[in-house]
Ligand binder design. Structure first.
Ligand code: HEM
Length: 307
């Protein structure tokens, strides 16, 4: 059981969650980040060639049920749409099966640091600013203190809260390895690219502030129009597999592994989406932040389910 044995990383995870709470206030039962969300169900259909890249169950011919959650990064479950600059899409393929594949992605291609220790220090600095909210733009004020955050801050600056969830691209940020039947092990970054049929891709400025983004998403899902393509961006020997602050060159090969169609939406719940929950045929890289996320998310879950 996770809570019985705590090592240094667990202690850092606990400290990080405590600092996040100190910055944003406590919101009982809520996820400690991405607290405002909407759950749903989807169907994933792999591309005919997907099984050449990985021996994963989910890349073999067929179609697979998925649990999904759209979220905004605010730790406040009542956050307004105006906060929805950083959006998330979590997809768990194969709920209740022997194996599952969970992808927990956000709409920026890079992260602010490659070190868990530095992330914790960033949180400490944000807390000292006493802005009363946990935002990457808050960290922006600390750009001089943390130069490695430059790429992520640049990316976040370009995000618009008014962009619809169904019109957003979501990135794994971290690298994963695809292992195929021939023993090949290929580093990739995943992306969910929107293929939704949309009349508009943004909410009107004057509508923002209420739950208009989730309302529009619900309407689009009811019309059966929300879908995404799963793309694997193929890494080369030149590309870092452990540093989530680094953008890979745009010229990298891109392969469509499958498509995800959102079939229904429902009330938010307590389900944990763990980015290290992977099937045979997909492996995590040695990215320290990726490893750290599992410890933080489990601690967040322990707290919220005990409240
Ligand atoms: C040090 C790095 C990070 C920390 C400390 C952190 C913290 C958290 C916490 C506490 C949660 C709530 C977990 C739960 O209670 O279920 C969460 C959820 C989430 N995080 Fe992170 N996170 C980190 C990095 C990232 C990165 C790099 C991404 C994007 C690739 C990301 C995307 C998300 C998303 C989309 C959710 C919502 C998942 C859901 O719908 O349940 N996080 N994060």
């Amino acid at each position: 059981m996770y809570s019985l044995h705590r090592n240094t990383d667990d202690v850092l995870a606990i400290k990080t969650v405590n600092t996040m709470e100190a910055i944003s206030g406590k919101h009982p039962k809520a996820k400690r980040a991405h607290a405002k969300g909407i759950r749903g169900k989807a169907t994933f259909t792999p591309s005919p060639d997907a099984s050449k890249w990985s021996r994963s169950t989910f890349f073999k011919p067929g179609s697979y049920e998925a649990e999904i959650r759209f979220s905004t990064s605010s730790p406040n479950p009542q956050a307004s749409d105006l906060f929805a600059g950083i959006k998330g899409l979590a997809v768990k393929l194969g709920q209740d099966q022997k194996e599952s594949h969970t992808l927990v992605c956000a709409n920026a291609p890079v992260f602010v640091t490659s070190s868990a220790e530095t992330f914790s220090k960033m949180m400490d600095s944000v807390e000292k600013l006493k802005e009363g909210k946990f935002t990457l733009s808050g960290i922006g004020k600390l750009a001089k203190e943390f130069p490695e955050a430059k790429n992520a801050l640049q990316a976040v600056k370009g995000l618009k809260p008014s962009t619809l969830y169904e019109a957003t691209t979501y990135y794994s940020i971290h690298v994963f390895y695809l292992l195929n039947e021939e023993g090949k092990r290929i580093p990739v970054k995943f992306e969910w690219n929107p293929t939704s049929e949309l009349v508009e891709t943004e909410a009107k400025e004057e509508e923002m502030g209420e739950d208009v983004l989730f309302q529009k998403l619900e309407q689009s899902v009811q019309h059966g129009k929300v879908s995404f393509e799963l793309v694997a961006v193929i890494g080369t020997e030149e590309d870092s597999t452990i540093d989530p602050t680094v953008l890979w060159p745009e010229t990298r090969e891109r392969v469509v592994l499958g498509s995800l169609k959102v079939t229904s939406l429902e009330e938010d719940d307590q389900l944990l989406f763990d980015p290290n929950d992977l099937p045979s045929g997909v492996e995590a890289s040695k990215d320290e932040i990726l490893e750290f996320r599992t410890k933080v998310y489990r601690h967040s879950m322990e707290k919220r389910t005990a409240e």
